[in-house]
Design a protein around this ligand. Structure first.
Ligand SMILES: Nc1nc2c(ncn2[C@@H]2O[C@H](COP(=O)(O)OP(=O)(O)O)[C@@H](O)[C@H]2O)c(=O)[nH]1
Ligand SMILES: Nc1ncnc2c1ncn2[C@@H]1O[C@H](COP(=O)(O)OP(=O)(O)O)[C@@H](O)[C@H]1O
Length: 214
């Protein structure tokens, strides 16, 4: 399906969720099924996990390199999460604006709130698991985390959910992946059409005016 010519100045879409709720699954599907999407590959000091690849899932760096990037202003936001540093590249924001595309940030609530402070037109979407039991089941079934890591993530999940639901623009419950994806897609499509975002200078109205006598 084709989409309309973008008349908006690019969409900054933040997806957050407690670890294991399914935001990465949803973000990757948005990338596949919507045009003009740019996935923000974060920079992290944590080690690669499972089949993760450099430059695809994350840019994996050491702490000294991460600090250099902070000093050079290369992050639109950065934070410490579960004992590691994570940062979102400023270049992704610039690319989304230049291409009038949709940048997808798969980051935590503090990161989403920081992007919203800098860019009030950013759209924040929080993904909820159907229950805490199901969240733990998904983390275990993923088989990428140790028992200790899962325990830490489950502890962090409660406050992440409270802060996300209280401050985000949209909340989507990921019980059935198909329904959750269709809801997320609807949010993106609606936000791309939002009146406040339309930039009429793109239409060159003055050149198309054809009133009688002109
Ligand atoms: N603030 C911020 N958080 C990030 C960034 N990248 C990833 N995160 C968050 O860091 C947390 C841990 O991510 P990760 O280690 O990949 O584990 P996951 O939760 O299983 O995806 C998740 O809540 C991510 O959303 C980033 O660039 N900035
Ligand atoms: N609606 C769903 N129903 C069942 N399993 C799901 C659903 N959404 C995602 N999953 C699975 O749950 C696990 C965690 O999803 P993932 O996208 O890695 O979460 P996050 O990025 O939020 O940590 C993965 O194994 C994924 O395949």
């Amino acid at each position: 399906m084709t989409e309309s010519t973008p008349l908006h100045p690019g969409l900054l879409l933040v997806l957050s969720a407690p670890s294991g709720a399914g935001k990465t699954t949803l973000a990757h599907r948005l990338m596949r099924e919507l045009s003009s999407t740019i996935f923000s590959v974060s920079v992290t000091t944590r080690r690669p996990r499972g089949k993760e690849q450099e430059g695809v899932d994350y840019h994996f760096v050491d702490v000294a390199t991460f600090q250099q990037k902070i000093e050079r202003g290369e992050f639109v936001e950065w934070a410490e999460v579960h004992g590691h540093f994570y940062g979102s590249p400023q270049s992704v924001v610039e690319e989304a604006r230049a291409r009038r595309g949709t940048a997808i940030f798969d980051i935590d609530v503090q990161g989403g709130q920081a992007i919203k402070r800098k860019h009030p037109d950013a759209v924040l979407v929080f993904v909820l698991p159907p229950s805490m039991e199901e969240l733990e089941r998904r983390l275990r079934d993923r088989k990428t985390d140790s028992d200790e890591t899962i325990r830490r993530r489950m502890l962090a999940a409660r406050s992440e959910i409270e802060r996300g639901v209280a401050s985000y623009d949209y909340v989507i419950v990921n019980d059935d992946i198909e329904r959750a994806f269709q809801e997320l897609r609807s949010v993106v499509v609606a936000e791309r059409c939002r009146r406040g975002r339309v930039d009429l200078s793109m239409m060159k109205l003055e050149k198309t005016a054809s009133e009688p006598g002109r």
